[in-house]
Design a protein around this ligand. Structure first.
Ligand code: 3EB
Length: 348
């Protein structure tokens, strides 16, 4: 089938090419991965310490089938397979320090403007998923938390490209690393993804101003449609109800609430989706844990909830609110029943 997830592994899976062409790449771990420059597909380096792993660095690959082209535009390394496009852009904030606004805000706006220009040039305008990483996400600089600066720049780019800033938002995560550049990876396609919201939470794009002057541009998840498949993308999810963080300083309660929120997004996906229902135990997870010492407890609890075989990668990273201890994202892929096409109506 067209898109296939290969779980993070210390080496490139043997026979990778048999399942298609590598499209999406991520390297997970704090030490520079060996061979980062040897591979031929775009790869986002998530320079966060791996927790509870026997290895220093893991490589995640999603292969796809179809004709492949690749290039570099405005600093974006991109590859297109069939009608899906993945790209990675890394910007040094120091290169944006001269303007009227903070460097991170300017870099964030520039990143999304470049991404939108590429997608428009490629005729694949629909952003399905964005992975955002930045240094010191919770630090206050120039009187504003850096995550909030990022949100201003990101939203300005959406507005500049007439994309609207409510409703049809991509799935996303926004995560803090100890240092390093702003890194944005993205997956896009020819048709809009179906955005998913969580009835237990206010849509992030409607967060009140207490969380920053501009709301974040993301949906709680998305259903996208590679040929013959349904791709579920669950955004970074945390212990938030309505718009409020709940269970301050209570790690396991935050984990429980986070998984309940992922379950609610899954229910929405299953209500809107066209393949067999997605189950929690079949997804692949990335967990971001603020305190390294919480790693073992979080992983053990997740394993108990999700089963011993489930793919869970744990990274030590900062989450975009100082009071959140964990954020978890997930993905899954189903084949569509034979004979269904994009135009057929969804369940429910
Ligand atoms: C939240 O629910 C937690 O700004 O792109 C999760 C996923 C979060 C994506 C983003 C932020 C983002 O608000 C934070």
């Amino acid at each position: 089938m067209s898109l296939k997830f290969h779980r993070p592994s210390p080496r490139i899976p043997a026979g990778l090419q048999d399942s298609g062409v590598p499209l999406v790449g991520a390297c997970l771990g704090s030490s520079a991965p060996a061979g980062l420059s040897d591979i031929s597909w775009p790869e986002q380096w998530v320079a966060a310490p791996l927790l509870e792993s026997a290895h220093d660095g893991l490589r995640e690959v999603w292969t796809a089938t179809g004709e492949s082209t690749q290039g570099s535009q405005e600093g974006i390394q991109w590859r297109r397979v069939g009608h899906m496009l993945y790209g990675v852009l890394t910007l040094e904030e120091a290169d944006f320090a001269q303007g009227q606004v903070t460097a991170l805000q300017a870099a964030s706006e520039s990143a999304y403007q470049r991404i939108f220009r590429l997608l428009e040039a490629q005729g694949l305008p629909h952003l399905w998923r964005a992975w955002n990483y930045m240094a010191r996400i919770n630090a206050e600089e120039a009187g504003l938390e850096r995550y909030r600066q990022f949100n201003i720049g990101r939203q300005d780019a959406f507005l500049a490209h007439h994309r609207g800033v409510t409703g049809n938002m991509p799935a996303a995560c926004a995560i803090g690393l100890a240092d390093g550049p702003l890194s944005v990876a993205f997956l896009a396609g020819p048709m809009a993804a179906v955005p998913l919201e969580n009835p237990r939470q206010i849509s992030a794009y409607n967060y009140p101003e207490t969380y920053g002057p501009r709301a974040p541009c993301f949906s709680r998840g998305a259903l996208a449609y590679p040929p013959g498949q349904e791709l579920l993308l669950v955004s970074g999810t945390a212990s938030i109800l309505g718009h409020s963080t709940v269970h301050h300083e209570d790690l396991l309660a935050q984990c429980r609430e986070t998984l309940a929120n992922i379950g609610a997004v899954l229910e929405e996906a299953n209500r809107r989706g066209r393949s067999a229902p997605f189950a929690l135990g079949e997804l692949a997870y990335r967990a971001y844990i603020r305190l390294a010492e919480d790693g073992p407890e979080v992983l053990a609890w997740l394993r108990e909830q999700l089963g011993p075989e489930v793919d869970i990668t744990c990274l030590q990273a900062d989450v975009c609110r100082a009071d959140l201890l964990v954020e978890i994202e997930a993905m899954g892929i189903h084949d569509l029943p034979a004979g269904t096409s994009r135009s057929e109506s969804s369940r429910g």
